[in-house]
Design a protein around this ligand. Structure first.
Ligand code: NDP
Length: 255
């Protein structure tokens, strides 16, 4: 495999499972040193060991990114250790579904905290470092990839608050892209359709049963986390003149 990311430092949030873990493995295989961020330290330890056993370089950083101080500390830990940040993958997320009338407001708050506030905190803390890396001789570019969703483009009943968080991520991404693209920080949004991960598991059985029979969500063959990791890798390995501002990645079997 051609290693296009040798010498780069990448931070991946939500790397203890699913898309984030697959992305960490993939970017590490391309030569990036990956700082993997999440709350479950045991999962991060296993991931770091796997990446190192495969010849890569990784650092586990335990943090709850909904806490601004912890998000800032995650970034400063990476800077203290490696001195630079080239790539930020804002992937951590939570999807709790239900009708607006019945859903617990506390679930909305938890989603907003991870999907939006955590993403803002990580971006704000990492951006000054990305701006420096973007203008040095290694690649002459830096990257932020925000993991939104098809739910950032399309709304459905029972997805209202999740839709709101992901539509918000899309708007934030494009506004930030316009602010920093001429300074060589590429900012892009990736919107996956259904991916086989733990995401749905945090919902109650009523919602899971509803999704299982809903036509819109009846998807015989979901994407695998590796498919999205590949798309992310595509975004961050383009020539510096080329910025993928938006990428919508769907399972073939999802209409
Ligand atoms: P997972 O549930 O497997 O992964 C979610 C990750 O987010 C975990 O690593 C979790 O780690 C982390 N996380 C959650 N809360 C926090 C927190 N407070 N601080 C730090 N990390 C946190 O799901 P996916 O891999 O599917 O989700 C990744 C992203 O992809 C999400 O943004 C999701 O919305 C998006 N997405 C997923 C789709 C799918 O069908 N799976 C489709 C479209 C978009 P821990 O619990 O250890 O903190």
């Amino acid at each position: 495999m051609e290693q296009k990311l040798v010498g780069t430092i990448a931070i991946i949030t939500g790397a203890s499972s699913g898309i984030g873990a697959a992305t960490a493995r993939r970017l590490a295989a391309h030569g990036a040193t990956v700082a993997v961020v999440a709350r479950r330290a045991d999962r991060l330890d296993t991931l770091v060991s796997d990446i190192e056993a495969a010849g890569g370089s990784a650092l586990g950083v335990q943090a709850d990114i909904t806490d601004r101080a912890q998000a800032e500390r995650a970034v400063s830990t990476v800077i203290d250790r490696f001195g630079r940040i080239d790539i930020l993958i804002n992937n951590a997320g939570l999807m709790l579904l239900g009708p607006v009338l019945d859903q617990d407001v506390e679930e909305w708050e938890r989603m907003i905290a991870v999907n939006q506030r955590g993403l803002l905190f990580m971006t704000k803390a990492a951006l000054p470092h990305l701006l420096i890396a973007a203008n040095d001789e290694l690649r002459g570019v830096a990257d932020i990839v925000n993991i939104s969703s098809i739910a950032g483009r399309q709304a459905w009943a029972n997805f209202a608050a999740y839709n709101m968080t992901k539509f918000g991520v899309n708007g934030f991404t494009e506004a930030l892209r316009q602010e920093v693209t001429k300074k060589h920080v590429r900012v892009g949004v990736l919107e996956p359709g259904a991916v086989e991960t733990e995401l749905i598991s945090h919902n109650n059985d009523t919602i899971k049963d509803h999704l299982a029979v809903s036509d819109a969500k009846n998807i015989p063959e979901k994407l695998q986390p590796e498919d999205i990791a590949e798309s992310i890798t595509y975004m961050v390995t383009r020539h510096r003149r080329s910025s993928i501002a938006e990428l919508w990645a769907m399972p073939t079997s999802q209409a």
